[in-house]
Structures are given as structure tokens and as C-alpha cells.
Design a protein around this ligand. Structure first.
Ligand SMILES: Nc1ncnc2c1ncn2[C@@H]1O[C@H](COP(=O)(O)OP(=O)(O)OP(=O)(O)O)[C@@H](O)[C@H]1O
Ligand SMILES: [Mg+2]
Length: 280
């Protein structure tokens, strides 16, 4: 008898999924539990990049450092960089890895500096000096592809190694996009704490580059949503077939805002794929 082959639930099954997990819910045990179950049920490789902005802000405040932002990017002096590294590579990364392993995922935590996975230089930002905030210049994709081939799920804290041997704080959305492109991801999902990009409170099912840029220019898209939308647009411009911004419930039900480099067929297939994944 011919064995039944499982039907791939995703239309773009040629590459891994890049899952960027925002930091707003990453301290919520129920969220972590559901997220880990979702990852465990995926039938294709995943690379996870996480944020941790909320907990970085909490530790900054506890240490008497006032968080400062420019266009959704954290101004990072040396003291803040220490906090960023402690929170991202320490408590947040390890908490995520523990939860994934408990769900049966062979997860391994990595800082972007480990094995020189992410190399970076200081980000020159038109809005002002951001300190030790970096932009990624190179990704050692083979490190991740080897782990994926071995069935390991990499869980990456977004820091980059500078030429001076120091670390750079990299916005997690920026890191996720660079990694997705480097590994040839089939899809990038920005998991955050809102269902979708909202306009007057209404979730947007899809946005073109022109629409998104206009919403940024008019201030409808603001703060942490700016780098997320920019990176979703950049990802599809770089050849990633689909980018989605949503929350966990949206991921499970096929909701969220879709950015894609195809026509209406791509819109339909991403929903079908996400729904199929949620149904398992
Ligand atoms: N038009 C918009 N639609 C939806 N959310 C928006 C919009 N404009 C700004 N935001 C804000 O963007 C936030 C998401 O970005 P934020 O940086 O806080 O989360 P994250 O990127 O998921 O987490 P982290 O920065 O820790 O990785 C939302 O909670 C919301 O407050
Ligand atoms: Mg953010």
C-alpha cells in the first residue's frame, strides 16, 4: 500500500518560516505556552527572532535610565547596551527556549554575536544619534541552515557583532528581515500585540508599499509599528514571497496585514496556508 503523504499546508513550502516574536507578550505564560504549541505543530523549519522592548524598558527604569526613542528605535548608550544584552540574551531568550523545549521543539538560543552570526555597523539615522544601535552588514546563513538541517530551531536575540568587537543593539524587526533574506525564507511573520496594522482602529488585511509609506508619513503608523512595516515591505522587495504582521490569534486564524510580492492569488494562498496550519 502506498503510504499517504501529508499535504503541505503552506503553498510556499520551499523554505523555512521566519517568526519574529515581539516583546510585549513574551512575559505572559499563557502566550508562551500557545506560541510554543504553534511552533511545535509547524511542519516546516522555523527560525525565531525575538524582541523584548517592554522588559528592556522595565529594567532601564529600575536602574534609573530613562528610555529614549527615535522613530521607534531605542537610543542605546553603553549602559543601555548592557541592559539590552542582559534582557535579550539572558532572561527573554532563555525563557523562550525553555518553553519551546517543553513543547517538544529542539530549540537553541543564540545571540546574534554568537559565532559572528550577525555582523553590524553603527546605524546612521536621519532622526538623530542612536548610540550603539547597529545595522546588519552580514548574516552567516550557513550557521542557521546547518541547525535547520539538524532539526534544530534557532532562537535569536537581535544583537550584532561590530568590527571593534563590541555589540550593537539591532531592532528585532530589522534583524528578522535580514535573517529571512539570508536564509531564503518562504515567509516572514511579525508577531506582535495587535491583530494587524490599524487605520482608524480598523485592521488592514493588506497594504501596498505606497499605502504603507503614506500611512507612515501621515503618522497613522507610528512608534514600533514603523520599523515593522518598513521591514515587511523590504522583505517582499528582497524576494520573500510573503510578510505578515499579526498577533497570535491572527496567526492561528489566518488574519493580520499581508504584504506580498505577488497578485491576489498570493493573498488567498497565505490565508489558506495559515488557516491550514492553525487547523492542525
Ligand atoms: N497604525 C498602527 N496599527 C497598529 N499598531 C500601531 C500603529 N501605529 C503604532 N502602533 C503601535 O505599534 C506597537 C507594536 O510595536 P512594538 O515595537 O511595541 O511591538 P513589537 O515590535 O511586537 O515588540 P518588540 O519591539 O519588543 O520586538 C503596537 O502595540 C501599537 O501600539
Ligand atoms: Mg518593536
Amino acid at each position: 500500500m502506498t503510504p499517504v503523504q501529508p499535504t503541505p499546508p503552506f503553498p510556499f513550502n520551499a523554505g523555512p518560516v521566519l517568526l519574529k516574536i515581539g516583546g510585549n507578550d513574551i512575559d505572559n505564560p499563557a502566550f508562551l505556552c500557545e506560541l510554543a504549541a504553534y511552533v511545535a505543530a509547524l511542519d516546516r523549519p522555523a527560525v525565531i527572532v525575538h524582541g523584548g522592548g517592554k522588559e528592556i524598558g522595565q529594567l532601564q527604569t529600575a536602574l534609573g535610565i530613562a528610555p529614549q526613542w527615535v522613530d521607534g528605535l531605542r537610543v542605546t548608550d553603553e549602559a543601555t547596551l548592557s541592559v539590552v544584552e542582559m534582557v535579550l540574551c539572558g532572561s527573554v531568550n532563555k525563557r523562550l527556549v525553555r518553553q519551546l523545549i517543553a513543547a517538544g521543539v529542539d530549540a537553541q538560543g543564540l545571540s546574534g554575536t554568537d559565532r559572528g552570526l550577525l555582523r553590524g555597523v553603527r546605524l546612521q539615522h536621519p532622526g538623530g544619534d542612536l548610540g550603539r544601535v547597529g545595522t546588519i552588514t552580514a548574516v552567516r546563513a550557513e550557521v542557521l541552515l546547518d541547525l535547520l538541517a539538524a532539526g534544530v530551531t534557532p532562537v535569536i536575540a537581535p544583537l550584532a557583532l561590530g568590527e571593534d568587537g563590541g555589540a550593537y543593539n539591532v531592532n528585532a524587526d530589522h534583524a528578522a528581515e535580514a535573517i529571512a533574506v539570508a536564509i531564503g525564507a518562504a515567509q516572514i511573520v511579525f508577531l506582535t500585540n495587535v491583530r494587524a496594522v490599524l487605520v482608524d482602529g480598523i485592521p488592514q488585511p493588506a497594504l501596498s508599499a505606497a499605502q504603507a509609506q503614506a500611512l507612515i508619513a501621515s503618522g497613522v503608523i507610528s512608534r514600533g509599528m514603523i520599523p515593522k512595516v518598513q521591514m515587511a515591505l523590504h522583505a517582499v522587495a528582497q524576494g520573500i514571497p510573503q510578510a505578515v504582521i499579526t498577533d497570535l490569534a491572527g496567526l492561528q486564524s489566518g488574519g493580520g496585514t499581508l504584504f506580498h510580492n505577488g497578485g491576489s492569488a498570493a493573498t488567498a494562498t497565505v490565508s489558506a496556508g495559515l488557516e491550514a496550519a492553525a487547523a492542525r
